[in-house]
Design a protein around this ligand. Structure first.
Ligand code: SF4
Ligand code: SF4
Length: 411
């Protein structure tokens, strides 16, 4: 594991940070808590010393699972990053109440890296009005938090204003080879680093969109490289190549992903990509931009939807259909995943256009409008009829599988 230094303190952080936002699921669909715990402990044993959670992740379950994972001496081996959710704050007292509750849930004694979560201009102005800066000072002074920072999904001017407004130790921004000019982008990364902030990176693979499987147009470009890497490894290496980056957060939920990321994190020095590699990544970026329909990272901040729409899943399926155009395969997948064939209905056509989701989306996606588009393109006319037919087909298939097998009985 390689480590990089927090400029204001000299502390060493592993360049691979563990995002506790995308935890593994069991075959039944629930969180696989035991597996999540064993995966995190393995990563810590291999040198990861930064783990990032939030009350928002997995509808409040990420923090208590992290608390269990950090029992048996693991707490002392890592820095915990946790976040104040501005949307839950109405008064100055709320900030203390939320932080105290987080420390209690985490059983951590204190939080090492505490962030104001997903700031935009509006949420920043609200928190400042509620005196958030004195809250951060007090929490640092009484030892409840060690370092103060913020994560951000807004416009570049607000980002710079926030960087300049307080003596932050760190910030967390979205950065990957598709987002060089999006949100804070490269200019924001350099600005924050220039002010001696450690910079933690979220969404290095755009919510998995830049990892495999990849469309043929992209695969052909990667195949031109004499260096063999997975698409995920390419994405991470590109971010680590920037010397201004301190920690790259990766939401890992398979053992293979974790081991691959650990391997990459042992050799990913700043400025280590070769001259031929950077233009190759640039061509991949152009190919993706030409293909993708919606800028959704799958963060799920917009959930739950009061109408029951699974917003990130609908966008993921829509993007998938654009990247891998197989009409019937994509329609069937859409029917199965959000049409109500397996589980409850959660398709785009259920959207009521209330706009609640749009206000919180860090990518500023006009969700109701795009939901209408997804419904038009993925559901078309007669969607109910298609769902009914598909359900009947699945029931028949299920019934056939239940017919006793005489051959099996004879054995
Ligand atoms: S606008 Fe549509 S998708 Fe968004 S929260 Fe409202 S009903 Fe759900
Ligand atoms: S629509 Fe926006 S908030 Fe919802 S998952 Fe996608 S990026 Fe996140």
């Amino acid at each position: 594991m390689l480590y990089r230094t927090v400029p204001k303190t000299g502390e060493s952080l592993s360049i691979l940070g563990y995002g506790f936002m995308r935890l593994p699921r069991s075959p039944g669909g629930g969180l696989d808590e035991e597996r999540a715990i064993s995966q995190l402990r393995h990563a810590i044993d291999e040198g990861v010393n930064y783990v990032d959670t939030s009350p928002l992740y997995h509808f409040g379950r990420s923090e208590p699972i992290l608390a269990r994972a950090l029992e048996d001496g693991y707490r002392e081996k890592v820095n915990i990053a946790d976040k104040l959710p501005p949307w839950s704050v109405k008064t100055r007292e709320d900030m203390d109440r939320i932080l105290d509750n987080q420390i209690r849930i985490l059983k951590a004694g204190y939080i090492d890296y505490y962030l104001l979560h997903s700031l935009t201009r509006e949420s920043w102005e609200k928190l400042v009005r509620l005196d958030v800066l004195s809250f951060l000072d007090a929490a640092k002074n009484d030892g409840r938090i060690r370092k103060a920072g913020f994560s951000f999904h807004g416009d570049p001017a607000t980002f710079r204003a926030i960087v300049d407004a307080y003596d932050w130790h760190f910030c967390q921004i979205q950065y990957n080879y598709l987002d060089e000019e999006n949100q804070e982008g490269t200019a924001g990364l350099e600005y924050a680093a220039g002010k001696h902030l450690a910079v933690m990176i979220m969404e290095p693979l755009r919510g998995g969109n830049l990892a495999s499987p990849v469309p043929n147009e992209v695969r052909k470009i990667w195949d031109e490289s004499p260096i063999r890497r997975s698409t995920a490894a390419w994405g991470l290496r590109w971010v680590w190549d920037h010397p201004e980056v301190t920690v790259v957060l990766s939401g890992m939920n398979t053992e293979a992903d974790i081991d691959e990321n650990l391997r990459e994190a042992s050799t990913a020095y700043p400025n280590s990509l070769g001259d031929g590699e950077r233009p190759l990544v640039g061509r991949v970026r152009d190919a993706y931009r030409a293909l993708m329909k919606v800028n959704c990272t799958g963060c799920s901040y917009c959930m739950p939807c009061p109408a029951g729409v699974n917003i990130p899943e609908c966008f993921a399926l829509y993007n998938r259909a654009a990247l891998f155009p197989q009409k019937w395969g994509n329609t069937l997948l859409y029917l199965a995943k959000v049409g109500g064939i397996v589980g409850r209905e959660a398709h785009a056509g259920l959207c009521l256009g209330c706009g609640r989701c749009e206000k919180i989306c860090p990518q500023k996606i006009p969700i109701p409008e795009r939901m209408r588009e997804v419904a038009r393109e993925m559901e078309g006319r007669g969607f109910r009829f298609k769902v009914t037919v598909a359900k009947a087909g699945f029931s028949l298939y299920d019934a056939v599988l239940r017919i006793p097998n005489p051959l099996r009985r004879r054995r």
